[in-house]
Design a binder for this molecule. Structure first.
Ligand code: ADP
Ligand code: MG
Length: 367
């Protein structure tokens, strides 16, 4: 089921009529979510992710804009009739019911031609439980389960009605690191197996990047960029997106363009054909530095951290916007930790420049 968001906008009016503090939680969101894909909705806290998800679910009504499931306009359709499965951060299971009863619950309220027999309901419940691998825990109460198991019950409960669309709002936030990793892979497996169009909300870029077919990066209610995770990482549309994706994060410098050369401080670090003279921000991915004893970018060496396969070189530079410059170098390259300087040349496809005021990307012809 494809989902179309058309000029989707949500404004929360000011509580105090005199104060001018209405919030545009979602601002003119346009996107066609392809059928059967998993979309990661990504951005910092407060950027409008949940509000977008709640509008898709019908829990919140858009201020303006339309939502389509397939060719059906569902903007005015109630949550119950949209055919969606919802999973929240806090599992919200009924504590007094067993796992089985929790999963059965959505089926017991079906009316009319959707009404099921007891046998049909049980079959469905076990099917959903098997999918998330909790079918051996059906007689337990939620309090007798780990966090990860509880979250799987919540997912099974969302799946049991065979929704057309699965909506997940930070479903892994309450799990510890290892379980988070395991459960996200599980969600991806289930999504692929069922082919249900899924929107997965998270503030964790790594989480979104690792399981999504496409990611949508949001900031203050406004979509910044939509694309395949690798494409967005490799070609960020603006400085915000560049900074939001990647661990360790991108290194940002103040720079300038003069005579089609990019300068950081007094050093010409790269040719930038076709770019007019101006002040810019420069983003360099940690893997974009090449150790080069004659390289143009000279940094003051602070520390060399060996991480097995790679070496992380920590240094400082007067024009860096961050306290530290961090590069990731293959461990075969030797950095003398006693030296007080480290010099780099830069990989062109890992170095991005941005307009200093708008922070929009300035695209450079790669020759
Ligand atoms: P996210 O899920 O990305 O953290 P939300 O969608 O929850 O962000 O919130 C987006 C913005 O809308 C925030 O500024 C938030 O304070 C505001 N907001 C969310 N829900 C309400 C509400 N019911 N009333 C007023 N403001 C709200
Ligand atoms: Mg939220």
């Amino acid at each position: 089921m494809k989902i179309v968001l058309e000029n989707l906008t949500k404004i929360f009016p000011s509580r105090n009529k005199k104060a001018d503090d209405e919030v545009i939680a979602v601002n003119n969101f346009n996107f066609e979510i392809p059928d059967g894909k998993l979309i990661g909705l990504l951005g910092p806290s407060g950027c409008g992710k949940s509000t977008t998800l709640y509008m898709i679910s019908g829990l919140q009504k858009p201020t303006s804009g339309r939502i389509y499931f397939g060719d059906d306009d569902v903007t005015e359709v109630s949550t119950e009739n949209r055919g969606i499965g919802l999973v929240f951060q806090n599992y919200a299971l009924y504590p007094h019911l067993t796992v089985k009863q929790n999963i059965l619950f959505p089926l017991q309220n079906l009316k009319g031609e959707d009404k099921m027999t007891k046998e049909q309901m049980l079959e469905r419940a076990y099917e959903a439980a098997r999918l998330v691998q909790i079918d051996t825990l059906m007689e337990r109460k939620p309090s007798e389960l780990s966090g990860g198991q509880q979250q799987r019950v919540a997912i099974a409960r969302a799946l049991v009605k065979m929704p057309r669309v699965l909506l997940l709002d930070e479903p892994l936030s309450n799990l510890d690191a290892r379980l988070r990793l395991q459960t996200r892979e599980e969600i991806r497996r289930i999504q692929k197996e069922t082919g249900i169009t899924t929107v997965f909300v998270t503030h964790d870029q790594e989480e979104a990047m690792s399981i999504s077919d496409m990611i949508v990066v949001m900031k203050t209610g406004i979509v910044q960029q939509i694309g395949k995770p690798q494409e967005v990482y490799d070609s960020p549309a603006n400085l915000f997106v560049a900074k939001f994706l990647g661990t360790p994060p991108i290194n940002v410098f103040e720079g300038s363009v003069k005579g089609e050369k990019l300068f950081i401080g007094d050093s010409a670090v790269m040719d930038v054909p076709g770019v007019a003279d101006q002040e810019v921000m420069v983003g360099i991915r940690p893997e974009g530095f090449i150790l080069d004893e004659n390289g143009p970018l000279k940094c003051k060496l602070s520390n060399v951290e060996v991480m097995g396969r790679d070496v992380s070189v920590v240094s400082t530079h007067a024009n860096s916007c961050n306290p530290m410059v961090r590069s990731i170098i293959d461990a075969d390259n030797k950095v003398n930790p006693e030296s007080d300087e480290v010099r780099y040349s830069l990989k062109k496809h890992k170095t991005f420049i941005f307009n200093k005021e708008t922070e929009e990307r300035i695209y450079v012809e790669v020759k």
